[in-house]
Design a protein around this ligand. Structure first.
Ligand code: AMP
Ligand code: ZN
Length: 495
C-alpha cells in the first residue's frame, strides 16, 4: 500500500485561507506548477528560498509515493520592469545595457539558475517550459478569451476586461480583494492609458519599433503579457484544472489573480485546486530584492564574499537554515541564526554517524514507531519542517541514550530509526549527507582542489623544495585554510 494511503496530508490552501485535506484529481498522481524565475539576472537567496520550499514539497509528495509531474517555467519574455504593463521588457533591457542578444541573457541566467539549484540540491522539475517556446499557444488562448468576450483590442494590444469578467466571476478572490475597492483606490485616469479600466491587464502588447523581442500575431507584431505564459503552460502540461500551483507570496497579486481570471475566462472553470504560497526571505527586516539592492547572491554566501556574514556557509547549511522555518513564515537572514543552524546540522549528522554503530538488543525500551509517526505528523501538517527538525533532534537524543546504555533498541527498530532519520533529512529536507561539506563551508569541488594542492606540496617536500612547500602552506593560511600534517597524511581546516 502506498504511503499516501496511510498518511493524511493537509495543506494550507491560500485561496480559502485554511488547511484542507489534500485529495489529488487522479489517485496516486499529482500535477504541480511553480512559477519560475525571470532570467534577466542572477537569482538571489530570496528567489532560492521559494524554489527550495517547493523542492521540499515536491520531495515530500514523492516520498509519500505520489507520481508528481512538476512543471516550473522559465520566464524569458513578457515580464516588464513595471508589473502593471508598463516599462521595458526586463530581458530586453538587460540585453540593451550589456549589448547582448536577449537570448544570450536568457542563456546566461538560466545556466546560473540551474547551477544554483544544483548547489542547493534541488531536483530539476519534470518539465521546464519557456514563454518564448509557447507563443503559438499564447496567441491561441488570447483568441479564445476574445471570442468569449472577456478581452478587447486597442491599437494592436489586447487587454483582459476585468470589469466584464467580474460580472460573472470574482476577480480578487485569491488575494482577498474586491473590484469596487480597487477601482475606488485607483488614481490613474482612464485618459492616461489605452486600457478601458486601470485594472485591466495586457494579454498581448503591440511592439514599438525599438522593441527587439517580437512575434507576429493576428493583431500585428507584439509580445505576450507576463501572466499569460503560466496559464498556457500549466494547462498544456497539467490540464485545464490541476492539483497544486505554487509561487512566492508576492506573486499572489496581480500574477496569480490574473492567472485565475485567464483560466476561468478561457476554460470556464477554476484552473487550480490548491494554491500554495511561500513566504519571503528578508535581510535586516526588509524583503530581499534585487531591485532595491537588498540581496545576497548564493555564491557570495558560499565564498564568504559579502558584507553581512562573518564567514562562508555551505549550501547544505543554508538549506537547513531555511528548513528550520515554516515555508509560510517570513524568515530573516542573519549571521547568528545561520551559525546556530550550522551547529544544529552538525549535531544531527554526528547523530546519524553514531546511529550506524549502535548495538541491537532483544527489546526496545523506546517507541520508535511513535517517533516515526510524529515525524510524519509534522510533515502532514502543511509541511511543517521546523517541527520535523525538532523530531529529528528527539531522534538524536534517543540515539545518545542508547549509546550511553540508558535505553535499548531491537535490530528491527534500529533499522527503522536509521531508515527514517536519513529519509527525512536527506530525501525529504534535501540536506546532502556530506558532513565535511555541510559544516566547513567546503564543497566537493573544493575538496578535490585541496587534494591536488596537498599532493603538490607533498611532491615539493619529497624534493626538499621547502620554499614551494612553505609558500603553499603560508598562502593557504593567509586565505583562512590551515594545513595539518599528521600520521595519516595532511588534512585541512577552514576558519
Ligand atoms: P522573479 O524572478 O522575480 O519572477 O521571482 C522568482 C520567484 O522568487 C518568485 O516566486 C518570487 O515570489 C520569489 N521571490 C522573490 N523575492 C523573494 C524573497 N525575498 N523571498 C522569497 N521569495 C522571493
Ligand atoms: Zn507564473
Amino acid at each position: 500500500m502506498a504511503l499516501y494511503n496511510k498518511q493524511q496530508l493537509r495543506l494550507y490552501n491560500s485561496i480559502d485561507g485554511e488547511k484542507q485535506v489534500f485529495k489529488p484529481i487522479h489517485e496516486g498522481r499529482i500535477g504541480m506548477y511553480v512559477c519560475g524565475p525571470t532570467v534577466y539576472s542572477n537569482v538571489h537567496l530570496g528567489n532560492c528560498r521559494t524554489f527550495i520550499s517547493f523542492d521540499m514539497i515536491y520531495r515530500y509528495l514523492s516520498h509519500l509515493g505520489y507520481k508528481v509531474r512538476y512543471v516550473r517555467n522559465i520566464t524569458d519574455a513578457g515580464h516588464l520592469t513595471d508589473d502593471a504593463d508598463a516599462g521595458e521588457d526586463k530581458i530586453s533591457k538587460k540585453a540593451r545595457l550589456e549589448q547582448l542578444e536577449p537570448m544570450e541573457v536568457v542563456q546566461q541566467y538560466t545556466l546560473d539558475f540551474h547551477n544554483v539549484m544544483k548547489r542547493f540540491n534541488c531536483h530539476p522539475p519534470s518539465i521546464e517550459p519557456t514563454a518564448t517556446g509557447h507563443i503559438v499557444e499564447q496567441i491561441e488562448i488570447i483568441k479564445t478569451i476574445l471570442d468569449k468576450g472577456y478581452a478587447y483590442e486597442r491599437n494592436g494590444s489586447i487587454y483582459f476586461d476585468v470589469l466584464k469578467f467580474n460580472e460573472d466571476h470574482h476577480y480578487g478572490k485569491l488575494s482577498g480583494r474586491n473590484l469596487e475597492d480597487m477601482i475606488a483606490n485607483t488614481r490613474e485616469l482612464a485618459s492616461q492609458s489605452e486600457k478601458e479600466n486601470a485594472q485591466d491587464f495586457a494579454l498581448w502588447k503591440k511592439a514599438s519599433p525599438e522593441h527587439i523581442m517580437r512575434w507576429p500575431s493576428p493583431w500585428g507584431d507584439g509580445f505576450p503579457g507576463w501572466h499569460l505564459e503560466c496559464t498556457v503552460m500549466s494547462s498544456k502540461y497539467l490540464g485545464e484544472t490541476f492539483d497544486i500551483h505554487g509561487g512566492g507570496m508576492d506573486l499572489k497579486f496581480p500574477h496569480h489573480e490574473c492567472e485565475i481570471a485567464q483560466g476561468e475566462a478561457a476554460h470556464g472553470h477554476s484552473p487550480v485546486n490548491y494554491w500554495l504560497h511561500a513566504n519571503m526571505l528578508t535581510l535586516e527586516g526588509k524583503k530581499m530584492s534585487k531591485s532595491t539592492g537588498n540581496s545576497i547572491l548564493p555564491e557570495e554566501l558560499f565564498t564568504g564574499d559579502n558584507d553581512f556574514m562573518e564567514k562562508p556557509f555551505s549550501p547544505a547549511v543554508i538549506r537547513f537554515f531555511m528548513m528550520q522555518a515554516h515555508y509560510r513564515s517570513i524568515l530573516d537572514f542573519s549571521n547568528d541564526a545561520i551559525l546556530a543552524a550550522e551547529k544544529g546540522l552538525h549535531r544531527l549528522q554526528e547523530g546519524i554517524k553514531v546511529l550506524q554503530q549502535l548495538p541491537a538488543s532483544k527489546e526496545s525500551s523506546v517507541d520508535i514507531n511513535k517517533w516515526v509517526q510524529d515525524c510524519y505528523n509534522a510533515m502532514n501538517d502543511d509541511f511543517n519542517t521546523p517541527i520535523l527538525i525538532a523530531e529529528l533532534f528527539e531522534g538524536v537524543k534517543i540515539i545518545h541514550a542508547i549509546k550511553d546504555g540508558n535505553e535499548t533498541i531491537t535490530a528491527a527498530d534500529l533499522k527503522l530509526l536509521e531508515e527514517k532519520m536519513t529519509a527525512f533529512l536527506i530525501d525529504v529536507l534535501g540536506i546532502e549527507n556530506n558532513i565535511a561539506a555541510a559544516t566547513t563551508g567546503a564543497s566537493k569541488h573544493i575538496d578535490a582542489a585541496m587534494k591536488l594542492i596537498i599532493d603538490l606540496r607533498a611532491t615539493a617536500r619529497a624534493r626538499k623544495d621547502w620554499e614551494t612547500s612553505d609558500k603553499i602552506r603560508d598562502e593557504l593560511a593567509a586565505a583562512g585554510i590551515q594545513l595539518k600534517d599528521g600520521a595519516d597524511g595532511t588534512t585541512f581546516t577552514t576558519n
